[in-house]
Design a protein around this ligand. Structure first.
Ligand SMILES: [Zn+2]
Length: 227
């Protein structure tokens, strides 16, 4: 059983949106895996082979248990979501039985990112329905959590990634074919500024924003009171 399963549309998206939180989860002893939906073969820069190698070195930096590529058609998932796409993700959720699934936020100008969000959201639903035959026994995740790529939201919570920001930057810069004109100091989006902004909201150097649909439940006061 896995603690956190992170889905990314392209081979660099998991680290762009949640690299700090992933490294932090690993440091806390959680079992984390990443599954990229596409190999990014339609991207202007890099080839499928180069991008898979870059994703492999990035995941070593983050320390995740595994990283897989689902091989869905890059570029085309943004045009048309198929039942096969949804079931391919649902099968992975059932196979790895994660407690938490991370997915990109649905409101994103890149059609692949928006489509991936929808695919993963629907997959989490079908993964729990017993009568759908998806190779593995049904599995209900505890929480589906969205991370930011191009779009922004009002966060449900911000994870303090100050101690893991270097790791995040290194993981991103492993994708050399994508970020030739960038450096650790000048990342795309602009990511450093965004994480510094979220950090400033929680009195930390750097933060990453996450959102859940609906409200977060608090069972016990000890969740919100530091002892
Ligand atoms: Zn992407």
């Amino acid at each position: 059983m896995l603690d956190v399963l992170v889905f990314g549309p392209h081979p660099d998206d998991a680290e762009l949106g949640a690299g700090g939180a992933i490294a932090k989860a690993v440091a806390e002893g959680l079992k984390v895996g990443i599954i990229d939906l596409t190999a990014g073969e339609m991207g202007t820069l890099g080839t499928k082979e180069i991008r898979l190698k870059e994703a492999e070195s990035a995941s070593k930096i983050l320390g995740v248990k595994f990283r897989e590529n689902l091989g869905l058609p890059d570029g085309y998932i943004g045009l048309d979501i198929s039942q096969e796409d949804i079931f391919a993700v649902a099968k992975k959720i059932r196979q790895y039985q994660p407690k938490i699934v991370l997915a990109p936020y649905w409101d994103d100008r890149h059609p692949d990112h928006a489509a991936s969000s929808e695919i993963i959201t629907k997959a989490a639903h079908y993964a729990k329905l017993k009568k759908f035959n998806l190779e593995h026994p049904q599995h209900k995740i505890q929480q589906l959590i969205y991370y930011e790529l191009n779009g922004q939201f009002t966060p449900s919570y911000i994870i303090d990634v100050s101690d893991f920001f270097e790791q995040k930057k290194e993981a991103i810069m492993s994708h050399k074919s994508q970020f030739k004109e960038f450096s650790k100091e000048y990342l795309p989006f602009p990511l450093v500024e965004r994480c510094a902004y979220y950090g400033s909201l929680i009195n930390a150097s750097y933060g990453e924003a996450f959102m859940v649909k609906g409200s977060l439940k608090v069972d016990k006061w000890e969740v919100i009171i530091n002892k």
